[in-house]
Design a protein around this ligand. Sequence first.
Ligand code: AR6
Length: 175
Amino acid sequence: MIKPEIMKRLEVRTGDIAQLAVDAIVNAANRSLLGGGGVDGAIHRAAGPELLAECRTLGGCPTGEARITKGYRLPARYVIHTVGPVYKGSPEDPLLLSRCYENSLAIAADRRFDTVAFPAVSCGVYGYPLEAACRVAVETVAGFLERNAYPKRVIFVLFSEDVRRVYDDFLKSSR
Ligand code: AR6
């Protein structure tokens, strides 16, 4: 169950996360942090080559951790890059996925960001089953928001109505 005051700080939307004007959008990156397909490709395309140049200075990122860069040509001020697990069906998967959300939110809290947007990390190329990933995402974010005043709001930005419905249904069942 998620408390009503925490629910108020959560939002679900459909769309392209690269077009969102918020303090930070989260990127579902890979360990190189040097770009790729999916949401990573969309963010790099919209941000311009300066984003890749800054990413090159970071020296990669282990699975479950997160790194921050500027947003460059994006409407978002910052990008928090996190590396989700490649789904294997092992007990480690939810722990690593939860750490992605937790570590991304810790950066946002540290910087007193008001609004952070997440895509469905690991749910594309990395093959994480959507319902299971949604549960980890929502429960981890809700737990973090209970313990922290920042970020004030978290937006889950889903690429299709089908995926959005999974989030909407899970949130409804958590009331
Ligand atoms: N806005 C919001 N969501 C999106 C967008 C977008 N513009 N584009 C795709 N999605 P994926 P992963 C959704 O594959 O599974 C990359 O090559 C997509 O429909 O982007 O964590 C990286 O470099 C799916 O629901 O990320 C890594 O190598 C979700 O975002 C690898 O893919 C995540 O799909 C990471 O794989």
